[in-house]
Design a protein around this ligand. Structure first.
Ligand code: FA5
Length: 335
């Protein structure tokens, strides 16, 4: 049978070489490869082979069949070159739109802020999310027994480690590493062991800013806050400044924004108050400067800790923070 197959193949190839037109080609194909063609007749005998021979001869038969099909296809397109491209091509039709990824709204806002701060001579830094108690709390003038620790529910890890509760963990790290003068922002992910609702998540993004130099004052802080807001909103928005309390800044302020989801009327995002806590800030506490190796009599500075995820909610009027990390493409594709 093996010999029969090889002989058939050789005969077909020989006859094919002498074919002069497409009709003869079609006849030849039908004669040998058609349903009742000679090749199929030989293949019918496969079933009578021994179990030992069947796989080997079967494989060979398939290879020959495939090879001949390709040879005929080539011959057909040689006789009729238009056959292959037998469709109407309209270059003016729009192409199929490729699906591309989308940036998360928090990332869009982060990039806008980064651009504005780079233009003001700030640099963008990153740092550890797995942090020690020292940099997250103690170095920020929040010793072990300080009640301020309770305001940021913490995911504690083994030893003295934790998942950072805020991007302020980088304040002392940066001063230690770069000294003064210093201008930097540090966007990043933070974690809090708290239950979620429309404006609270357990994992969210903050963007910290720190500027330290000689003669830095509250005027510099306020001018920077203004630049930050206009870089994101590109228009005037209602904000209010009220006294705050954070052991690492003195004086400390809370900057709230009039809720843009409800226009200040009251909703689940602003807890019916019309205002959303957005950006605490203040003048760097002398103890923090000291922890960073600087003399507070020579240097002063300001720091702020923007709720980046909440900023994105305000900008895009997103009424539930949990949507931002839901991974729901119907939501993400809108940005
Ligand atoms: C802090 O985290 C301070 N480190 C901020 C700071 C930096 C103060 C520098 C002074 C100087 P607070 O816990 O308030 O502060 O969080 C800052 C912002 O993060 C809030 O105003 C809010 O916008 C956002 N935020 C806080 N908790 C959550 C949460 N669970 N989900 C989403 N956003 C939150």
């Amino acid at each position: 049978m093996e010999v029969k197959l090889q002989n058939l193949k050789n005969t077909i190839l020989k006859e094919l070489a002498e074919i002069k037109d497409s009709q003869l080609l079609a006849d030849l194909k039908n004669k040998y490869l058609g349903r009742k063609g000679e090749l199929n007749e030989i293949l019918k005998a496969l079933k009578d082979l021994s179990d030992l021979e069947k796989p080997r001869i079967g494989k060979l038969a398939n290879e020959i069949k495939q090879e001949l099909a390709e040879v005929f296809a080539q011959a057909e397109s040689a006789f009729n070159p238009n056959k292959q491209t037998n469709f109407n091509f309209d270059a003016s039709l729009p192409g199929t739109k490729k699906e591309i990824g989308h940036l998360n709204p928090s990332t869009i806002v982060q990039y806008e802020i980064e651009e504005a701060f780079l233009a003001m001579g700030f640099a963008v830094y990153d740092g550890p999310q797995l942090e020690s108690d020292y940099y997250n709390f103690t170095a920020l003038n929040i010793p072990a027994d300080h009640p301020a620790r309770d305001t940021q529910d913490t995911f504690w890890l083994e030893g003295d480690n934790l998942l950072r509760t805020h991007t302020s963990n980088l304040q002392v790290r940066m001063l230690e590493k770069y000294g003064a003068p210093f201008r930097g922002i540090f966007p990043g992910r933070v974690f809090r062991y708290e239950s979620t609702d429309a404006s609270h998540d357990h994992t969210f993004y903050q963007l910290e800013g720190l500027m330290v130099d000689k003669n830095i004052n509250i005027g510099n802080l306020i001018a920077t806050m203004r630049t930050l807001l206009s870089s994101v909103f590109k228009r005037e928005v209602d904000v209010r400044l009220r006294p705050g309390f954070f052991p690492f800044v003195e004086p400390a302020f809370e900057m709230d924004i009039k809720c843009l989801v409800c226009g200040g009327q009251g909703c689940s995002v602003c807890k019916q108050s019309g205002w959303v806590e957005l950006m605490p800030c203040g003048m760097v506490h002398p103890k923090v400067l000291e922890a960073g190796g600087l003399d507070p009599k020579v240097y002063s500075g300001f720091a702020f800790g923007l709720g980046l995820t909440r900023m994105a909610m305000m900008k895009y009027r997103i009424d539930d923070i949990r949507l931002l990390q839901s991974g729901d493409l119907r939501f993400l594709k809108q940005f």
